[in-house]
Write a protein that binds this ligand. Structure first.
Ligand code: RP5
Length: 162
């Protein structure tokens, strides 16, 4: 299947976080590709990836990075596709560095910034699916079913003690 979502990250060490975005895309039936692209270690690859993404059929890019997290913003600077940024939780500063690096974009080059860590990656996967669903009724149906099931699970398990 032609990938609709590009899931990229600055390092293999980001995978334990970013796999949660991929898990949502799998669950919602969205075709994706995933690879390591580093703003600092492979800047030429970053430019090539971002510049070719639209023509290759991607509709949205999820970019995760930690620390001096320049990947999402630099990707956004090179494509008109929507870019979702996931701040990976860093060891030194618990992801606050990642969050602030990603969220404080200058006006004109937006990055849709999610929460730090697993919740942010999960929601990036869901939000990417929501973007794809604008043109894909099967993904829309999967999203509606996911939300209904999530609600029902809470209603069916009201006792917080388990
Ligand atoms: C960033 O630096 C990556 O996104 C990662 O979160 C962080 C640390 O990378 P490694 O030194 O673990 O490769 O570019």
């Amino acid at each position: 299947m032609q990938p609709k979502v590009g899931v990229i990250m600055g390092s293999k060490s980001d995978w334990p976080t970013m796999e949660h975005a991929v898990a949502m895309l799998d669950q919602l039936g969205v075709a994706y590709e995933t690879r390591v692209v580093s703003a600092h270690r492979t800047p030429d690859l970053l430019f090539e990836y971002a510049k070719s993404a639209d023509a290759r059929g991607l509709q949205v890019i999820i970019a995760g990075a930690g620390g001096a997290a320049h990947l999402p913003g630099m990707v956004a600077s090179q494509t008109a596709l929507p870019v979702l940024g996931v701040p990976v939780e860093s060891k030194a500063l618990s992801g606050m560095d990642s969050l602030l690096s990603i969220v404080q974009m200058p006006g004109g080059i937006p990055v849709g910034t999610l929460a730090i860590g697993k919740a942010g990656a999960t929601n990036a996967g869901i939000m990417a699916a929501q973007i794809v669903a604008l043109q894909d009724p099967l993904v829309k149906a999967a999203l509606v079913a996911f939300r209904q099931q999530q609600t029902q699970t809470v209603i069916d398990n009201p006792d917080p003690r388990g």
